[in-house]
Ligand binder design. Structure first.
Ligand SMILES: [Zn+2]
Ligand SMILES: [Zn+2]
Length: 263
């Protein structure tokens, strides 16, 4: 993951002092919950690796944040994530993400609170193959993934949208409106989950030519979508992206967007 969070939490100080904003320290995810999603081999292998602690705390943070949202203690959350995420499927994981974030999070919500539908938006530059594999065939999960291919699976609940290099901020936002926002409102999810990678920023390893302010505008758009679709229940999970200056710019501003109350 490099050191893109090297200036955190310092750069978030002002954002953290806004009314209603709280910082939670995560606990590691339970073994039991990981085994609902992953094979024992994958979990054991991950436990022996240097990235175990980061991955386990990241997933634990996602599970807890989603529970707090579901219980109504908070309306939305930004979860800082390392070493876990959308390339982790049931039995294999790669690409810097060694445990699934959304698998354990959604399995846990359903176990604690009963059946529910969820909308997943992935705007990291890469295809969310692990998340897709976990929810394949689950038509109560809408997964709209902006990557490098166009595809529709599972009766229209699993969608890929190709994003070309050099797309403008405005055009990307328009595509999110067309392919995600319109579907999410109809789908009536309990919560919207968003894998927000910034590897698509200009000069980063998944460069699509996007500006820093794009990511803030995107969070604002999806937050407004969540307000219409599910009473504002919205959880962002950080994903790919290596540029520390982009992380420093976008995440404090995204916290500010999330903290703005509905009028
Ligand atoms: Zn995809
Ligand atoms: Zn990526």
């Amino acid at each position: 993951m490099g050191n893109k969070f090297k200036n955190f939490p310092r750069v978030m100080e002002d954002a953290l002092s806004l009314p209603g904003v709280q910082l939670f320290e995560p606990k590691p995810v339970s073994n039991e919950l990981l085994l609902r999603v992953h094979t024992r081999e994958l979990v054991d292998q991950t436990k022996r690796a240097w990235y175990w602690e980061g991955a386990s705390l990241s997933v634990g943070g996602c599970v807890e944040a989603a529970e707090r949202i579901r219980r109504g203690e908070i309306n939305n959350a930004l979860v800082f994530d390392v070493a876990a995420g959308h390339h982790a499927g049931p039995s294999s994981a790669w690409g810097g993400t060694y445990l699934s974030c959304l698998g354990p999070t959604i399995f846990n919500l359903r176990e604690q609170f009963g059946p529910a539908r969820f909308a997943l938006l992935d705007t990291d530059c890469h295809h969310g193959d692990g998340t897709r594999a976990i929810f394949k065939g689950d038509q109560d999960v809408l997964h709209v993934c902006f990557c490098s291919q166009d595809a529709t699976e599972d009766d229209g609940t699993k969608i890929d949208v190709a994003v070309n290099f050099g797309i403008s901020d405005k055009e990307y936002l328009r595509m999110v409106r067309e392919h995600f926002v319109s579907r999410a409102s109809e789908f009536k999810p309990g919560i919207i989950f968003h894998n927000l990678g910034h590897d698509t920023a200009t000069g980063d390893y998944g460069d699509r030519g996007l500006s820093k302010s794009f990511f803030v505008d995107l969070a604002k758009m999806v937050k407004e979508c969540a307000e219409r679709a599910c009473d504002g229940r919205y959880m962002i999970i950080t994903h790919g992206g290596a540029r520390a200056d982009v992380a420093d710019y976008i995440f404090p501003r995204i916290i500010q967007v999330l903290a703005e109350s509905r009028l």
